[in-house]
Design a protein around this ligand. Structure first.
Ligand code: SAH
Length: 343
């Protein structure tokens, strides 16, 4: 079986050419075609000789994704069903606002975790995406952004399907490509990785001195409640998460964003609010209150405005920055937690 050439690093490509009697520099040229120019056929590498292209074709394939279908919301949001080389589907979303255009990308087919309120969790984890499959989603959305909104992508959030920290190496490799001048040349500070909270991996990111932003899907600062809605919390309880986040902050000096949905009868009591306020004191942070996007008519319902106001006033009283995030792309099931290959 031929190997996917995009699984090779630049150094490996250079070595390949040297071992095949060519110059190492040829590796740089090919690398640029593969990443910066995102071409999918060896024939299109016009500054590479025909015999070299044929040699590459004999050794390698260029795996790539395809936009299988696309839905456009009336608020400008575009949801893509992305077909991978093995036929599996993930979803990626383009979210335009007045000031930015954000790509929301997937990191796994399905998800490793089992959050009760999330549609992706019902798919279970099928496999991790490779770095190039993540990178390609960003390239595809950047193209759509230019085509439909006449501007480049400004931000990237790893908030699509999957748990990025359970596919850490590929996520990091994809970010290296996204930020590299040989890739998309985007700034790290425009990238946010969102996690359900895997303490060991948060520490690893801190050790690796990553330069992107970290968001944590908290949803409750009380173990009993959090374990009910995010069962893996039993394995990684809040105190361990807190210690990992303290470690993160000590090493990176970057504040954390907590994502938080308030549901009726689940986390809408004063003690829930107080627990969050207390949790927010551990590490500099801000809170993003996300609107719930129903995934069925089950047990989860968006809490009342009163409950939200209770959160907002108490957080503000303690000088904790809080924003309320309106959902976008709801009419096409493109909003947070709604990605489940329905299209
Ligand atoms: N696994 C990562 C990345 C997924 S991000 C994480 O958990 O952070 C998706 C975000 O949407 C998370 O904050 C998640 O908690 C939230 N979410 C999941 N289902 C949702 C739903 N039905 N409505 C609103 N937000 C939801």
């Amino acid at each position: 079986m031929k190997k996917d050439i995009r699984a090779l690093s630049k150094d490996q490509l250079r070595t390949f050419f040297v071992e095949n009697g060519d110059k190492a520099f040829r590796g740089n040229q090919v690398y640029e075609w593969l990443w910066n120019k995102s071409i999918h056929n060896f024939e299109d590498m016009t500054n590479i000789s025909k015999s070299t292209r044929e040699m590459l074709d004999a050794h390698f394939v260029i795996n790539h994704i395809e936009v299988d279908s696309m839905q456009r919301s009336n608020d400008g949001t575009i949801k893509n069903a992305i077909k991978l080389h093995d036929g599996k589907i993930v979803e990626s979303v383009l979210i335009p606002t007045e000031t930015r255009t954000t790509a929301c990308v997937s990191s796994q087919v399905g998800c490793s975790f089992d959050c009760k309120f999330c549609a992706t969790a019902r798919l279970k984890r099928m496999r991790n995406l490779n770095a190039d499959e993540i990178y390609d989603q960003v390239v595809a959305i950047d193209k759509q952004s230019k085509h439909y909104h006449n501007r480049k992508l400004t931000n990237i959030v790893f908030m699509g399907m999957g748990e990025p920290l359970m596919n850490y190496n590929n996520v990091i490799k994809s970010i290296e490509k996204i930020t590299s001048s040989e890739g998309l040349g985007m700034a790290s500070r425009r990238i946010t990785v969102s996690t359900s909270g895997v303490p060991k991996m948060i520490r690893k990111m801190a050790d690796d001195q990553v330069k992107f932003n970290l968001a944590v899907s908290l949803h409750s600062a009380i173990d009993e409640v959090r374990t009910k809605i995010m069962p893996f919390n039993a394995r990684f309880p809040l105190v361990e998460l807190k210690e990992a986040l303290e470690y993160w902050y000590a090493k990176t000096k970057r504040a954390i964003t907590y994502e938080y949905v308030v549901w009726n009868g689940i986390n809408d009591r004063k003690i829930d609010v107080d627990a969050l306020v207390k949790y927010c004191k551990y590490v500099p942070c801000k809170v993003n209150l996300i609107e719930y996007n129903p995934i069925d008519d089950g047990e989860f319902q968006q809490a009342s405005q009163n409950a939200l106001n209770l959160y907002i006033s108490n957080l503000e009283m303690h000088d904790i920055s809080v924003t309320v995030r309106r959902s976008r792309g709801k009419d096409i099931d493109a909003a947070c937690g709604q990605l489940a290959n329905k299209s």
